[in-house]
Design a protein around this ligand. Structure first.
Ligand SMILES: NC(=O)c1ccc[n+]([C@@H]2O[C@H](COP(=O)([O-])OP(=O)(O)OC[C@H]3O[C@@H](n4cnc5c(N)ncnc54)[C@H](O)[C@@H]3O)[C@@H](O)[C@H]2O)c1
Length: 311
């Protein structure tokens, strides 16, 4: 993508800041982020002559003014924590549903070329099907998942009745540098790194054979740019399309760090999904073919967290 004006809501967060790093090379970017969980430090190494930052809350901002000459809107701002959504469903509804509706409405009124919504594999809930494809029914099991499913439905309706081009990307477990170690998604990665740095045994809930689809933030950024350029609408799984068990993940991190420590196994957590893997065939139709560089990307992540956690 070149010489475009793009808006990124939630641009100071983990995924948003990586997307901005990529877009910043050739485009003008406006960020709308109230720093609820993100931080301006995430983009401190970028070229600020091509970045405008608006620290407004998406539910309060004058989005029509901000989107006036914007080509693409990447909508990532959200209450991203499942536990937070359980403790305060009204708040997650306000930011993730009302906020998304306001973003869509402004994008429609400003005639932006396309809106790309960050959705989540959480919309599927517990499922028997592995790998899971987009034809599977949605089954949200938390207020957070309800908000993501509703955001997708609004996107679909805005495309159908207002002709605003939209696309929703259902991310699986995203990992990479700058991730908040407290995030529930791939938080297991920074937790393992932290424990191993301290030469302590990390906890693994259950037998460690539960699997996840860990996808690097680099691939997710790529998916967003492909989604913007494509003329497709609808919902797309964005994972690596490969499953990794928690035991395998631990072994890999241990190897990268050169440690010889065993984990402690605890009782399985109630409600935890046993297996989650994306079928990414549909995403291939927008050109998404993630590189299988899992080990290298994991090593980069280990290096980043190690230097952060040591300092
Ligand atoms: N990280 C993952 O594995 C993952 C998986 C599935 C979906 N997602 C989705 O991807 C998107 C980005 O996630 P992330 O991991 O970068 O999370 P993050 O918490 O790092 O980023 C979210 C950003 O939104 C901002 N924000 C929150 N409320 C806001 C508001 N009211 N107004 C303006 N800004 C607000 C935060 O300050 C933060 O910078 C989210 O929509 C999340 O639900 C992430």
């Amino acid at each position: 993508m070149k010489n475009k004006k793009v808006a990124v809501t939630g641009g100071l967060g983990f995924i948003g800041s990586h997307l901005i790093g990529k877009l910043n090379e050739n485009n003008d970017v406006v960020i709308i982020d109230n720093q609820a969980s993100g931080n301006i430090k995430n983009i401190e190494d970028l070229d600020f002559t091509k970045i405008d930052t608006d620290f407004s809350d998406i539910t309060q901002a004058n989005l029509e003014l901000i989107f006036e000459d914007v080509d693409y809107v990447f909508h990532m701002a959200a209450v991203t924590s499942v536990p937070l959504s359980v403790n305060d469903p009204i708040k997650s509804n306000e930011v993730n549903i009302t906020g998304t509706l306001k973003v869509l409405e402004a994008a429609k009124n400003c005639e932006v070329k396309k809106l790309i919504l960050s959705s989540s594999s959480a919309v599927y809930g517990e499922t028997e099907t592995v790998p899971i494809n987009e034809k599977s029914p949605i089954n949200p099991l938390s207020p957070y998942a309800v908000t993501k499913a509703t955001g997708e439905l609004y996107c679909r309706v805005y495309s159908e009745i207002y002709e605003l081009s939209t696309i929703a990307l259902r991310y699986f477990n995203v990992f990479g540098p700058k991730q908040d170690p407290k995030s529930q998604y791939a938080a297991v990665i920074p937790i393992f790194i932290d424990k191993l740095l301290k030469n302590e045994s990390p906890l693994i809930y259950g037998d460690g054979k539960q699997t996840r689809d860990f996808v690097s933030v680099k691939q997710v950024v790529e998916a967003n740019i492909l989604a913007a350029k494509s003329n497709k609408t609808g919902s797309y799984n964005i994972g690596l399309g490969k499953s990794t068990s928690i035991n395998q993940l631990f072994e890999m991190i241990k190897d990268i760090m050169g440690k010889d420590i065993s984990p402690i196994y605890e009782n399985e957590r109630t409600g935890e999904i046993k297996h989650s893997v994306a079928d990414i065939s549909k995403a291939k139709s927008i050109g998404y073919t993630p590189k299988n560089e899992f080990k290298e990307e994991l090593a980069e992540t280990v290096e980043w967290f190690s230097s952060k956690l040591k300092s």
